[in-house]
Design a protein around this ligand. Structure first.
Ligand code: SF4
Length: 794
């Protein structure tokens, strides 16, 4: 199904350690099964919903909820999502209102994420006994999801093609034995998904460091690493500078490389409030997404019967990775108007007192040619001028962005160009103004705050060591990309995943599968089965954990956990449902179990005591991480508390104590004739790697996902036909990678650009094609060619 060509040193397809009965011998040739089976009939086009949410979203929410949870459980659960006394939505990291909350404080996608977890379906040992691993590998992801919640710890022993039940004790002992047998602690990697709570993540990082390694890859490596890197250098913190209330006070909001209607749907509520206040919303994105056209707010049922609220007043359908070009164009217009008006456009006082690097930045801007700006942005000078006028007439501007900005070779440059854009008129540190990288997973930001990073600051490491009387390792560890490389080279032999779907979230699926298969032990701490559980090391464990929706009782009583949203609010989350199985354990308890079995008497941590009462974990976090003063008191206040955020208050913790303008050139990615730039995207019925259905109603695609969106001009230039099956071939240095059978769908997308869903297209993303400075995979600018499909199906 997948084929790729690597350089010889990487020896991608050698499986010299595979035994004849090992299911991973199926991986020997191109790893069939690493991807879901190919579609036979494929997707078809249908009615494209051009108004976001509305009654259809209510219908979808109810339909999905009732199907998975039943009527009573649906109401019991959904009425507690994002409530101050309830649990945090396990989906994206959009913040909740500070003040009073509505009865239904969730979106369609949040409801689906909750139903996905709170489903009544159960994946018992009997089901595992009926289906071998190799059989399950031949099923679609939605089939795997449909098996329901995993009820027991399961083990796949060497040479076996089935998962079989294992006791918790034996599972912990197996992990402890394998970890202790390693030649070095750096031969293990500890991955964290953004669902893990602050408490689980803090313990996990502590355990890894007591074990002796900083190999702590996380999903942030794949989504906002470029934001963290760029922002920290420019403004001294790698997080948003705005609060949710700022959206109501903004005069202009630039939504750049982001599709909030699908990926952060409740952001539309804030954008709607802003639009009603007269705020100008500008969308900078290759695809014109319905979420920013019109919005019917399901929290206003009567309004759902009327035409939706018009959202963006200006769409800038930029070429893929043309963001630096368009932003430079807008800023050049601003600079020229400032010259014409005698300094009335730029915030000269702010620039002089609070920033550095303006002179070089302005000189670069003046030297930039309009021809290059227009060519690389793909936009007319008139459109750019129109956007500039919106900024010039706005007192307060917010810029939001997501992975359309970060997942490029120049992702850090993209982020810092947005910062430059905001600094020009002093749009940081004032009400209604600021920067907002919108995080895609509910606690991905909090996990990083409490220590999940391969290169935490020396201050953090010192505080951690002092708190627990040990010396943490000072050598930086592996991020996600480097962990995959190390597993592939057998330098990492044990992989533990605290949640998530590492296989499908990471690039180069084929290579990553080989990497995982080369481990001696892979461990997945999960609620549900995904493809990543089926590409295993020599031995593998699935450790089933409690979900966010479920009650967590420990010795001292009913526990809650805490999370941090995109705007730095830390708040509590307490599940309300009975656990899916009596055999489940909480994530903190599982981490503690692994730690005790591994570290034995060489630990300085009272793991048992910490699990008895999570307040004790939070006390330690308070001592180690700045900003958590009186953590246990403040987090019990309804809605939680804000972590310190100096740029929000107009202060910059950079070495110079000023925000920095950083000059970045317009990126030029050579695309040979006949080739295109491909970006990976998500469908509406998808949350990260989880596929709820094969539909994407906002783009009018139904019953399939293997489609490639192309401009009609490119379709005819390449001699293709609408709905024809094609293969996508990516080109990186001397390597090619192929993903087969995608249907050609004509779409409103700039000429020379293409879009297709991930994770199906992850096979095309070269592992080494990463952002300069952040090492984040560049999944949004892949050079591809297109060939007619030759492979017959069925
Ligand atoms: S916007 Fe995000 S956090 Fe809020 S309910 Fe929707 S998916 Fe959940």
């Amino acid at each position: 199904m997948l084929k790729h060509v690597h350089d010889e040193n990487s020896a991608p397809n050698q499986r010299d350690d595979a035994t004849p009965t090992d299911p991973n011998t199926f991986l020997a040739e191109g790893i069939p099964g690493a991807e879901p089976p190919l579609e036979q009939k494929g997707a078809h086009e249908g009615h494209r919903h051009t108004t976001a949410a509305g009654l259809y979203a209510v219908y979808e929410t109810a339909h999905f909820g009732f199907k998975e949870m039943g009527v009573k459980r649906t109401f019991q659960t959904l009425l507690k999502v994002n409530q101050k006394d309830g649990f945090d939505c396990p989906s994206c990291a959009w913040p909740d209102p500070d003040g009073k909350r509505k009865v239904a404080e969730f979106c369609e996608n949040g409801a689906k994420a909750v139903a996905f977890e709170a489903t009544r379906k159960r994946l018992t040992p009997e089901v595992f006994a009926r289906h071998s691993i190799s059989e399950m590998l031949n099923e679609h992801d939605t089939w795997l999801d449909g098996l329901g919640r995993i009820t027991h710890p399961m083990a796949r022993r060497k040479g076996d093609d089935h998962y079989q039940p294992i006791s918790w004790d034996d599972a912990f002992q197996m992990i402890g034995r394998e970890l202790r047998a390693l030649d070095s602690p750096d031969e293990a990697a500890f991955y964290t998904s953004g669902r893990a709570s602050n408490e689980a993540a803090f313990l996990y990082g502590l355990f890894a460091r007591q074990f002796g390694t900083n190999n702590l890859p996380d999903c942030s490596n794949m989504c906002h690493e470029s934001s963290g890197t760029g922002l920290t250098e420019s403004i001294g913190i790698g997080k948003a500078t705005v609060r949710i209330e700022d959206f109501e006070h903004a005069d202009a909001i630039f939504v750049i490389g982001q599709n909030p209607g699908t990926n952060h749907p409740r952001m539309l509520t804030e954008l709607q409030k802003a639009a009603r206040n007269g705020c100008k919303i500008v969308s900078v994105n290759p695809l014109v997404e319905p979420g920013l056209m019109k919005f019917q707010n399901p929290q206003e049922p009567v309004h759902c019967l009327l035409p939706g609220t018009p959202m963006a007043c200006l769409f800038l359908p930029v070429r893929i990775n043309g963001d630096v070009a368009v932003l430079k164009g807008i800023m050049k217009e601003m600079l020229e108007e400032d010259d014409r008006t005698g300094g009335k456009v730029l915030a000269h006082d702010f620039i002089e007192h609070d920033t550095q690097g303006f002179a070089d930045f302005a000189a670069d801007l003046r030297n930039e040619s309009w021809d290059r700006i227009v060519k690389h942005s793909g936009l007319s000078r008139e459109l750019i001028r129109e956007a500039a006028q919106i900024v010039i007439k706005s007192e307060r501007m917010i810029c939001t962005w997501a992975m359309g900005i970060t997942q490029h070779r120049n992702g850090v440059g993209n982020v810092q160009t947005i910062v430059n854009f905001a600094l020009l008129r002093g749009n940081i540190g004032r009400r209604g103004a600021g920067l907002c990288p919108v995080r895609g997973h509910s606690n991905v930001q909090g996990d990083r705050t409490v220590g999940i990073w391969e290169k935490m600051s020396p201050q953090f490491m010192t505080a951690l060591g002092e708190e627990f009387s040990f010396t943490p390792p000072d050598k930086h560890g592996f991020d996600a990309v480097r962990s995959i490389e190390a597993m592939h080279q057998r330098r990492v032999k044990v992989f533990i995943g605290l949640g998530g779907n590492f296989l499908s979230a990471t690039p180069d699926t084929s290579y990553t599968s080989e990497a995982l298969a080369r481990c001696k032990l892979t461990v997945q701490i999960s609620t549900k089965l995904n493809r990543g559980h089926l590409i295993t090391g020599e031995q593998s464990l699935i450790l089933p954990c409690l979900g966010r929706t479920e009650k967590d009782f420990q010795k001292s009583g009913w526990q809650f956990v805490t999370v941090e949203d995109t705007t730095c609010v830390v708040h509590m989350s307490r599940g309300v449902l009975e656990p899916a199985s009596e055999h489940l354990r909480s994530e903190p308890a599982i981490v503690a179990g692994i730690a005790r079995a591994t570290l034995q008497d060489r630990t300085t941590v009272d793991w048992v005591g910490l699990i008895e009462n999570y307040d004790r974990i939070r006390e330690h976090i308070e001592h180690v991480v700045p900003g958590f003063t009186q953590y246990n008191v403040r987090v019990r206040q309804p809605g939680g508390f804000y972590l310190p955020n100096p740029p929000h208050d107009g202060k910059f913790n950079t070495p110079s104590k000023r925000a920095g303008f950083v000059v970045h050139p317009i990126p030029e990615l050579p695309v040979a004739g006949g080739r295109l730039l491909l970006m990976t995207i998500r469908s509406h019925d998808q949350f990260n790697t989880t596929i709820y259905s094969e539909n994407d109603r906002y783009r009018g695609i139904f019953n399939g996902r293997r489609v490639v969106f192309l401009n009609t001009e490119d379709i005819s230039r390449l001699g293709l036909q609408k709905y024809e099956w094609v293969d996508l071939i990516s080109h990186y240095e001397s390597e090619t990678r192929r993903a087969e059978r995608f249907k050609v769908v004509p779409y409103q997308i700039p000429v020379g650009c293409a879009a297709a869903y991930y994770p199906e297209t992850n096979v095309l993303v070269p592992l080494r094609n990463t952002a300069d400075g952040s090492n984040q995979p560049a999944s949004k600018s892949l050079v591809i060619s297109i060939e007619r499909t030759k492979t017959a199906i069925g």
